[in-house]
Design a protein around this ligand. Structure first.
Ligand code: AR6
Length: 175
């Protein structure tokens, strides 16, 4: 499923983000950049120890911000590590989640990375309800594409499982 935002394709796919052939892939990290389960664990396993070595040098990343490292042996050139909020139903949760997407896209644009793959940030260990997260994610990515006009060929979501795909497909149809 896809939609054109200006010249940029916004695409929804189902699969494993470590296999994505985009120039950048985005990691759902924690603020200590310490590694963990979910997407984070999969990216470090598949990409190898070089990624963690750079994360250690950077040290930390506040919620809603993003940092960039090598992609080690992944197909991507760079991994952008961002930190979504732990969902608690607070009014700031959607803003922090939107910032994580927006800051990741700004960083990709600064580095001249024209194809970017995102996982569904915050919807695993961090507990953000999928339907709400999908709406925030797609609106934030649309704004990020428009802000960085002409910089992106494709922004892709690589969704793990049918339930996540369906939630994003529903949100994309209303975007
Ligand atoms: N490719 C794409 N999506 C995936 C993959 C994969 N290989 N594996 C899981 N998902 P999560 P969070 C989906 O928990 O909620 C880590 O321990 C998954 O089904 O990875 O932001 C970090 O270190 C879910 O929909 O990230 C942090 O401590 C989505 O990716 C914490 O978890 C996000 O789930 C971050 O939690």
């Amino acid at each position: 499923m896809e939609k054109l935002i200006g010249q940029t394709r916004l695409v929804l796919t189902q699969g494993d983000i470590t296999q994505a052939d985009t120039e950048a892939i985005v990691n759902a990290a924690n603020s200590r950049l310490a590694g963990g389960g979910g997407v984070d664990g999969a990216i470090h396993r598949a990409g190898g120890p070089e990624i963690m070595a750079e994360c250690r040098k950077i040290g930390s990343c506040p919620t809603g911000e993003a940092v960039i490292t090598t992609a080690g042996r992944l197909k991507a050139k760079k991994v952008i590590h961002t930190v979504g909020p732990i969902y608690r139903g607070r009014p700031e949760d959607p803003r922090l989640l939107a910032n994580a997407y927006g800051n990741s896209l700004d960083l990709a644009a600064q580095y001249g990375l024209s194809t970017v793959a995102f996982p569904s940030l915050s919807t695993g260990a961090y507990g953000y309800p999928l339907d709400m997260a999908a709406k925030v994610a797609l609106e934030a990515v649309k704004r990020g594409i428009e802000k960085n006009s002409g910089k992106f060929e494709e922004v892709r979501f690589v969704l793990f499982g049918q339930e996540a795909f369906d939630a994003y497909a529903q949100a994309l149809s209303k975007l």
